[in-house]
Design a protein around this ligand. Structure first.
Ligand code: S3P
Length: 167
């Protein structure tokens, strides 16, 4: 197989679905946010706080390049990974990009009240809607496959497998 890159909004289930799928396929699981945090020696929140979003995006781009060169596996990405065309190119060159498609009301319901994401912390409901709407086209352009991500983690992982590995 090639890498399976899970893309989509924060709260779309990339990390939980990615973990479940990697476990099921018995392959490596990677997470761009975790790689960024490990490389920076601090949490994603702290990077945003201390150095701002542009510096975080540099770390993120480096994480994508490193993961792309590693053994094939399932990758959970940060929601903003698609904003950089070089990331999209690297993801597609090393595998398939799978958009976990979830409607914005569900994202807001999942994250709205208690979001720890730095990009939306000031007003989660409004910011999540703004970001989802601003990125909608970019996610679809970046996706090789779009998977309905409503349902249990197991169901969604199976859908990703069928849409991606099975084809
Ligand atoms: C971001 C999403 C976060 C994290 C950072 C920025 C975004 O990851 O990378 O807070 O720009 O959408 P998740 O999608 O895993 O929440």
């Amino acid at each position: 197989m090639e890498h399976v890159w899970l893309i989509g909004m924060m709260g779309s289930g990339k990390t939980s679905v990615g973990r479940a799928l990697a476990e099921h396929l018995e392959c490596p699981f990677y997470d761009t946010d975790a790689t960024v945090a490990a490389n920076a020696g601090m949490s994603v929140d702290e990077i945003f706080d201390r150095f701002g979003e542009p510096r975080f995006r540099e770390f993120e781009a480096r994480a994508v390049q490193v993961i792309a060169s590693q053994d094939d596996g399932v990758v959970s990405t940060g929601g903003g990974v698609v904003l950089n065309p070089s990331n999209v190119e690297a993801m597609r060159a090393s595998g398939r990009t799978v958009l976990l498609d979830v409607d914005t009301d569900t994202i807001v319901a999942r994250l709205g009240a208690a979001s720890d994401r730095p990009l939306v912390s000031d007003d989660p409901d409004r910011r999540l809607r703004e970001i989802a709407s601003a990125r909608e086209g970019t996610y679809r352009m970046a996706a090789d496959v779009v998977v309905d991500a409503l349902g249990s983690i197991k169901e969604v992982a199976h859908r990703v497998e069928a849409a991606c590995i099975g084809s």
